[in-house]
Write a protein that binds this ligand. Structure first.
Ligand code: PMV
Length: 334
């Protein structure tokens, strides 16, 4: 039986994180240089040529192996808590396809997306698993359903997810996203260059999202004013991107970073990286994703990219990825 493989990219949020959880618009683009990949294969019965797995040959949860070497996990579905994100993704597919006795199979997951870094690792893993497993079962799910199932898994990662991560990762296109509205694919008439620097400080999104929620509960009108200001930046940014002026986005990015700092989701290392980007001539920079660590992004002119990347490394970035976003809704790898 053949192997069924699916992969999904990482993502960066250009504008609007956190505010998007409260109904404001946000903009995200896929980051194809880092990816999650899932491979689903049928387990060979013991004695048959090849690698036989010591699992029950009978259909059922104990005959499904979940193998994620990047997090040193190898177990059967029966032994994984149902609320583990990988178990949840697999179980959601069985449920969606009405599979009550899962066939003996292995789901192997590899990912190059750093964990807890604001780059959408959780969503990418879920999307890859859901696509590969549904194809293995003979019913590849449509993208809308893939995204909807990945959103359910996001609840484990984010607590109260907005839905932006599963949307951008599933559709693998730049998106303008607002909760409760259809996902809009952005037109990108002009390409632009983004550097993605990882602060090297892991920060689970659910914790930060939970802190923002407590802040909002304590001061709803104050927080909502900040969220609205961030939402305005996303609207302005969309205009600039779709009218072919992405190089004018810089000031909006610095403003977005300042608003996120006021929400207390930035972090000294992220602020230092944003300042290093500014000082070395980036057009704009901000933290990206959940914050308190994880990634920051800088908008650069192509001719200045190497200089800004060196400054980010000098300022402590664990690594810097260079990506070109553009043209006609496609993201081009560098
Ligand atoms: O940290 P990430 O990459 O998972 O991004 C989270 C984005 C938030 O707006 C903070 C949460 C959400 O669900 O939209």
């Amino acid at each position: 039986m053949p192997a069924f493989t699916a992969s999904a990219p990482g993502k960066i949020i250009l504008f609007g994180e956190h505010a998007v959880v409260y109904g404001q618009p946000a903009i995200a683009v896929p980051l194809s240089q880092v990816r999650a990949r899932a491979v689903v294969t049928a387990n060979l019965p013991a004695g048959q040529k090849g690698i036989a797995h010591p699992v029950s040959p009978q259909p059922g949860l104990s005959s499904v192996i979940v193998d994620a070497p990047d997090i040193s996990l190898r177990t059967t579905l029966a032994d994984l808590p149902a609320q583990h994100p990988l178990a949840r993704a697999v179980l959601l597919v069985f449920e969606a396809l009405g599979v009550s006795q899962p066939p003996s199979c292995s789901v192997r997951i590899r990912s190059t997306i750093p964990l807890a870094s604001g780059l959408g690792s959780g969503a990418a893993v879920s999307v890859a698993v859901i696509r590969a497993l549904s194809a293995f079962l003979g019913h590849p799910l449509p993208l809308e359903q893939v995204s909807a199932l990945a959103f359910e898994v996001e609840k484990i990662h984010h607590g109260t997810p907005s839905g932006i991560d599963n949307s951008v990762v599933t559709f693998n296109k730049p998106v303008y996203y607002q909760r409760g509205r259809p996902v809009e694919i952005l037109k990108l008439p002009a390409a632009f260059h983004i550097l993605v620097a990882n602060s090297g400080v892991p920060s689970p999104t659910a914790v930060v999202v939970g802190d923002v929620r407590r802040g909002w509960q304590a001061d709803p009108s104050g927080y909502e004013a900040q969220f609205a200001a961030i939402g305005d930046l996303s609207r302005q940014a969309r205009q600039l991107i779709e009218s072919g002026s992405p190089h004018s986005l810089g000031p909006l990015m610095f403003q977005n970073h300042a608003l996120l700092s006021q929400l207390d989701v930035s972090y000294p290392q992220l602020d230092a990286l944003v300042e290093a980007a500014r000082d070395s001539g980036a057009l704009g920079a901000k933290m990206s994703g959940g914050g308190r660590g994880g990634a920051m992004i800088a908008l650069v002119q192509e001719q200045n990219a190497a200089r800004v990347a060196a400054a980010l490394q000098e300022a402590g970035a664990a690594n810097v990825i260079r990506t070109k976003v553009g043209k006609s809704g496609k993201q081009v790898d560098k």
